[in-house]
Design a binder for this molecule. Sequence first.
Ligand code: HEM
Length: 344
Amino acid sequence: MRPNFFHHLHPPTIPTQQSRWRYTLGAGGTAVFLLFVLAITGMLEMFYYIPTPEQAALSVQTITYHVPLGALIRNTHYWAAQLLLIVMAVHFVRVVMTGAYRPPRRFNYLLGLVLFVVVVLLNFTGYILRWDQGIQWALVVGTNLLKTIPAVGDTLYTMLIGGSQPGSATLIRFYAWHIFGLGLVAVFFTGWHIFRVRRDGGIAVPPPRLREDDARITRFELVQREVLAMILIIAALFILAGFVPAPIDAPIEQITTLANDASAPWFFLWVQQMLKWGDPFLWGIVAPSVLLLVLVLLPYVLPQPQESELGRWFPRSNRLARWSLVVVSALIIILTLMALLPGV
Ligand code: HEM
């Protein structure tokens, strides 16, 4: 049989240690599968979604209430997107907490971070596509942050919005970014990322001379585990989609002032909270960029985990990187909770 991408990802046998749920949590594979579900359900939604300010929210309501299986497809798309953010964060935490970013996987860590940013942007652009009352904070405050960037801010804003204020050009641009621009980038980087996983020798475990456990599983057993995971994910998605509908509000009539309860999507609540402290450029652009930079630099400036300590959680040798991640995560979680509490 000719070698292909599937064979590249599934060699005849792999060390059992690389396939343990309790080590990988299956989070990277789950993220790939969720992206696949998002692509299929998103394509189905495109048959009915209309990207104009007058029709967008109404067409989403049509999908939800009138199209056969429309609610299931839309809710599945919505929940797969929320779960992807969580699963991706879990995968990221796993990579840092096991020291799996150690060379030769440092470059793949960067590819992963690019994917992280792209997936957040995909979620943000998808959220705007609802064009209902609920998205106004993101549309007005979120996009206005661009204007605060010195020298290029106004140009960036006009390019993104398609004019001097949000309108029909904005919606069509977000639509194009969501489906085409960011979608293609996500497919490209996911392919590259999982190609690199195998190129770097598969999931990080100690080299054979340092390995305590020499057991291996076959390609067939690996695929069996993957299929089981896919069935469980589909079941979880359908349960969520069946019981908890995706939000949709009344269409936006005029984007003028913001309601008091206007709020960012949940994954940007921490930024919304920081914006209450004043300077939007400092808190809305500089602070999140600094946090991202800290994550980019983790594998480059902090002590590396030792080879012998790979393949398990919390290697002593990368304690500093682990604590840095704990601090960044705690900050984001505390800010999110503060944004949820009224009056803070
Ligand atoms: C949509 C986002 C992502 C997808 C689809 C994805 C997918 C995967 C898959 C399938 C694997 C192999 C299985 C596993 O380790 O669970 C993997 C491994 C890896 N990923 Fe990701 N990933 C994503 C985001 C990230 C992020 C945000 C990072 C970190 C910045 C990252 C860094 C890595 C590294 C370093 C490995 C190798 C781990 C090891 O050898 O133990 N990935 N990824």
